[in-house]
Every structure is written in structure tokens, then in C-alpha cells.
Design a protein. Sequence first.
Lengths: 353, 353
Amino acid sequence: MSDQQPERVARESKRSRGGSAPTIYDIAKLAGVNPSTVSRALSQPGRINVKTEERIQAAAKELNYRVNPIARALPTGRTNTLGLFVADITNPVIFGIVRGAERAAADAGYTLVVAESQESGEREATAIERVMPSVDGLVLATSRLADTQIKQIAARKPVVVINRELEGVTGILPDVERGVDQLVAHLAELGHRSIAYVSGPETSWVSRRRWEALLAAAPKRGMTIVEIGPGVPTLDGGTAAISRVIASGVTAVVAFNDLMAIGLLRVALERGIAVPSQLSIAGFDDIFGSDFTAPALTTVRAPLIEAGERAVRHLLSRVSPQSDDRRVDVEALLPTELVVRGSTGHPLPGAGD
Amino acid sequence: MSDQQPERVARESKRSRGGSAPTIYDIAKLAGVNPSTVSRALSQPGRINVKTEERIQAAAKELNYRVNPIARALPTGRTNTLGLFVADITNPVIFGIVRGAERAAADAGYTLVVAESQESGEREATAIERVMPSVDGLVLATSRLADTQIKQIAARKPVVVINRELEGVTGILPDVERGVDQLVAHLAELGHRSIAYVSGPETSWVSRRRWEALLAAAPKRGMTIVEIGPGVPTLDGGTAAISRVIASGVTAVVAFNDLMAIGLLRVALERGIAVPSQLSIAGFDDIFGSDFTAPALTTVRAPLIEAGERAVRHLLSRVSPQSDDRRVDVEALLPTELVVRGSTGHPLPGAGD
DNA sequence: GCGAGTTTGTCAACCGGTTGCCAAATGATG
DNA sequence: CATCATTTGGCAACCGGTTGACAAACTCGC
């Protein structure tokens, strides 16, 4: 029976009436070879006779062929896509991470899916669940998930977390001590003897780390330090803390992040507190806009773009080991550094008393 | 011949040794039905006997089944993914758009792919080409592509452009006149008689529109207006324009966007020019941080989150018509409004002469 | 000129769903 | 109880690539 390839014929005829994108079958027909040969020619250069390969390439160009990533992903399981999950995409701390990640992914020919959990662990879990099957790996930048949840996810797909330490999961971490030491030294040099730390969310690993680093550094310089918080990591979280800061009698306050620091700065100025002479203020991250304030904000800069880049590059090295010769150094902590601007200065004699 | 289902058997046995995610075949086996029945039960509730459907649901739950979006996308062509393309993800104007788009997409169960062209039309074209087959539609937020290129893309997939007017392509546009009228009226009221507009990139549709609106509004209030530019839409672009602004002798300057306005503000203060008494400065967009400056920036706010939301919602209505009853009103322009802060004020007598 | 070793390209299964078609089962009706 | 209409669910093709196995064609040495 001439059961040749009825369905194939049907397909060709359907295809020939244009419309949808060209497939390797179209190329195969045009070049007079088998579809699998086309597939090899396109994805494994050298596997095929040069002459044939050229013919196929020509046909592909003529049809303006683009490989269909979805069709390719199905049998291979490789989607050439990475997922980036952030808690709040409008938080300027995120921008740098997103940019670095996007750039590193695009450079490697990968697509980046960005999802925002809007500070909700539940939303985050849902989004991850949905995206999981169609990505090769995930970057969790400011996860609101519990450690165990993250570990479960990491057991299914390669995961990199940023600013979080988790056993068995690669973390991109800042060298908190470095910047904090610089900051504390800077404040000590200016003549401050007492600091307050306005902390961020209770669950924030970063906030704890910053506090611990301050707690270790301050006594070494003969300074006292108190913690005020926890608070929400926003402008409002900063403004809300001002009373307690003032009540504490310190001459310098370090906020969990720049947003809170700016909130503090604003409300301090509103209340007629001179910055920095009556109260020095410093933040963390050096976000966009932190030099817009008057006085501009002293802050401990974190290399956010590099964090995003490194996270993605590490993920790529795990996803496609051959891709990059130079392995990403995940172990090394990201260097943080103090950026001195106008919001810190010598305390007035008697300030803070 | 008992050619029963040799391959299926092989598959099952492979699958049974765990590892990969459960499939509808696993569910089918567990529930004792055909895979196609499982597919129907899961994607067309009601098509199947209630009793059977329940059994399948139970099996799915037991196996913790998640539909594989890639496998689903292949035969249907629907990926449940949208693409968002921006020129510069660190530009604060973008943040709102991204957030609005992400939220609207997530709410509809869609995944958002974000790609950054880094101001390069070529990169943008490449990224679009790569992502195109795996998205159901695209939002171009700050495209650097030529009109004809965009039209070609729009012919292949649903496209929505933001802040750009293009025949045959849906555009989400701001009501520029509204905010500009308010701004010009505000300046006139303060006593200004001459304005300069520091324009953005030559190719920017928005910059042209803003200039046209100013050009129309200023004379109505008996004010003169000059254009200075084009310039790059960044802080540096603003600072670079200061000499020409001063030379023009105006008492008020309106910058293409907030970044340029802040650049102008900074360099003006550095040069000892009092703001606003010697020079009033205003911007556009009301980006994050535009109220951090001293004085805070007067600006024409654009509802960016809504722009992103509306873009995606419109796209969704085209992609899955049944999804939403209420159609998105794309025609309506997004209302812009003046936000008065400290950077505009009465000109000093003799200022600008 | 012939057998061994390589290269090249074809066959067909497969990834995990979706869906048109149809037969069996069920239910309604006379 | 027979007949016809309606559900219900199975079969198999299909989406567009990838890839292991293998046969045909080609190369080479003796």
C-alpha cells in the first residue's frame, strides 16, 4: 500500500498557503534533503557535508527561517530562558540587578522572564510555579519565600539567590563588612560617638547582616550603637523612625537602605533638624536618586549590576557548562564601598545630648 | 499483530523512575483513562463526565501535576507570554510601565518577558526576533525602531506601542496638551514671560509632541518660547544645555524629562544660579526621585503604571478575546497633570535679562 | 578490485500536550 | 422494548523541532 506519508503531504500543502513561519520542513523541501539533516546543519555545524550545509543555509536565508524556540525546547528540555524574581520592581535597588541580569542573559542568547511578587510570598510561589517549566534556571533577587521553599525549588532547577545565604543554594553576597567598616570609620573620624541603626524588615537577611556588621564595627571604634526597628524598607519606614532616632540621642543614624535614609533625611529637615550638623544620616545601596537629595546622601554602595550579572552568569555555567570557559567566581563577595556625600559631617558640639 | 503501544510502554517505564515532572500520561494511567480525556478534563471543564473529571483532578493533585506551558504552546500556538521591550531598564520612566505591565500580565495568568535594547535599534531588533516566536504579543515601550520596522512586526503579532503614534498600530498615548497647558498657565501666573524648552532626542516622538504643545500654549499666554536641543535624555543631557539656557535669557526652562531637568537643576545650583528665583525649572514624567531634589522638581506627571497596564490589557483583549468582558479603552489619552513643587516660582525682577 | 573504515544523510521515535473524528455508552422517547 | 439523540471518552494525527540507530555512499589501502 502506498501509505507513503499522507500526513506529511497534508502538512506541506497546508504550509504552502503561507501565513505561519517557515519550518525546517520547508527548508528541507527547498534544499531537497531530510528535515533531520536541516536540523543538524543548523544546530551542529560540521556534522553535515559542507556543500549540503551551504545549500541548507541558503534555503534558510531565502525563507527567512527562524528556529522556533518552543518546538526546540520540547524535546531538549532546554528553553534558553531564565527567570528573575523580585519582590518589588519599582524598588530602585532592583533596577541594577535587573539590568545586569538582562544584559548577561541577552549576551548569552538567553531570554529573561521577569516576575514581580509584590512583596507577597504567595504570589511569588505562584509565579515561580507557573514559570518553572519554561525556564532553565531561576534568580531569586529578593525572595519572600522561606528557606525550605527555596531549597525545594533549588532541587528542581538551578537557582541563584541574591543577598541571601542558604545552605546548598548559590548565593551572590555582598562584602558587608568592608563597606560597613569604612562607614563606621568615617563616622568615627568625624567625631561621632553614638550611632543608631534603623533596621529593615525582620525577615530580611541583608538587614540582619548589616546590623551584625555594625554591631561588630562600632565598639572597635569606641562607639555605642543601638538598633531601632524593624521597619518597612521604604521612605515611610524611614520617616516613621525619626522620633525614636531623636529620642535615642545619637548624632548619627544609619538606615537599612537608602530609601529609609532619604525618608529620615526629609522628615529631619522638615522638623528643622540640621543635617549633618545635628544629625548625620547614611544609607545603603547607593540607589538611583540618592545623590539628588540636599544634602546628598552618604551611602554604602553595592554593585547591583554586577550582582545581577554574576547571578545569571553562574546560572548559565550550570545550565550549559560548555558555554563559558572562565567560570564565574561565586565565592568572592561583591565589594561594597562607602560613598561619602553631604549627609554625614562633624557633629555640632552638644548635638545628640 | 500486537503492536499495542510499545513506545508508550517504554515511556511509562522511563517516567516511572521518577525525576521529571508528571505528565498527563501519568495522570491518565492513575485515573484509568485516556490522556486525551485528561487533557479535556483539565482544559475544558464540563466537557467530561463530572465523576471522571473528579477522578482526574484527584489524580492530578496526587501527582502534583503542573501543565507544561511549552508542550501546550506547541500545538496551540498560544504561549501565554507577552514581551515587553524597553530601551533602558534603568531609566526611571520605565519602572512604572514595567510594573503596570507585569501586574496586568500576572493577573491574567500571563508571563512577561522583559528585554532591554540598551538604546540600540539593532539589539532591539535582534531581541524581538528571538522572542517573537514565543510570545503572543508585544509591548514596545520606548522603541528605537523605525516606523516601518514596527509595522512589519505588528503584521506578525499583536503589538502595542507606548508613547508613539503609528498608523495601524495601537498606541498608548498621553494627553500631552492637558499637562502642558497647566504647566504653561502655572508659569504665566508666576510672572514668567519667556520659556526655553530643552528637547530630547531628535527621534523621540514624545519630545516632539511636548515641544509642539508648548509651542501652541505659550503664545496663548503671551509668552515667548525657544527650543534648545536636541540633547540626550539624561542628567548629562540636562547639564550640557545650561549655557544655552542662560544665554537665551529666559526665566523658566522646561526640560524634555525629569532627568534632564534634574541635570539642569544641579548645574544651575553649582553655578550659583538661584532656583527658582533666577531660573525656574520644570520637567516631565514625575519619575522616582524627582521630589528628592532641593528644591523639589515641578513636573508634568504621566500615569506610567497605567500606561503599562493598559498596554497589556489591550494586548490581552486581542490575544484572547473572551478573557475580559470590559474592553480596554485605548482611544482615551492618559491624563497628564502638573505637579507643582519648589523648582518653579516667581522670577526675580530683572531675572533673565 | 575488494574489504575495512568513515562520512553523510535518512528513518522514525520522541518531547507533552491538543483536538477532530468517531464509536460506544447512556438517556430519552414512543 | 426498540429507536434515536446526546454524552462520553478513546484513537491518532499534529505542533516543530532533536537525536539515536543505521544504511548508503564514499574513501582509502593493499
